[in-house]
Design a binder for this molecule. Sequence first.
Ligand code: DX5
Ligand code: ZN
Length: 227
Amino acid sequence: MIAPSILAADFARLADEAAAVSGPAGADWLHVDVMDAHFVPNLTLGLPVVEALRKATDVPLDCHLMIEDPDRWAIGYAEVGAFNVTVHVEAARDPVALAKNLRAAGARAGLSVKPGTPLEPHLETLRHYDTLLVMSVEPGFGGQSFIPEVLEKVRTARRLVDTGHLTVLVEIDGGINTDTVEAAAEAGVDCFVAGSAVYGADDPGRAVRALRDQVRRTTPDRDWKDA
Ligand code: DX5
Ligand code: ZN
């Protein structure tokens, strides 16, 4: 699965930018980075924009909340129809209750870890989640360089999923482009977030297809229909 990040899109033309990657061979999810200038040193968009975007596109919205107090704010994104709502484990006070609330509101629940956050202390918590978002840059800005060390966490998660100990979809976010996507695919990623590699391209739709083709070529033995 490919999830273009609209952080690299033109914020004045979000509906058009969503349309540029939608369609049969297009984006599986649209990744929406919500930043509050507290959890990360950047400010992007919030609930009203997500609600408007939800009405403007059929592509399922993958909301990545880089905010403090997600226990209070995340539920709103599920209520306006986000498909997947991801919170940061470093910010959540009661991530198990939060996952239950997100699911009860009709969304999938995602848990994200920053590059320096280990997975092991959170494995029990992850049993309550649908997606694991492994950050491969420090959250806050697009266009940064991929941190290859995080792939160890991807391999761990892949192993736990393949052996039936976890049921999360493994997502990676940050610095994904034609140079880095193969290593991520080999490590076992299911869903690739790409901002500048998609919206920095002349043809964002074609960039999505190129990334997906590259992933399929790299991992011909994986059954991507089930991912
Ligand atoms: C960074 C965001 C990413 C960002 C990725 O904090 O979470 O989703 O948009 O952008 P690229 O693909 O340019 O690294
Ligand atoms: Zn993100």
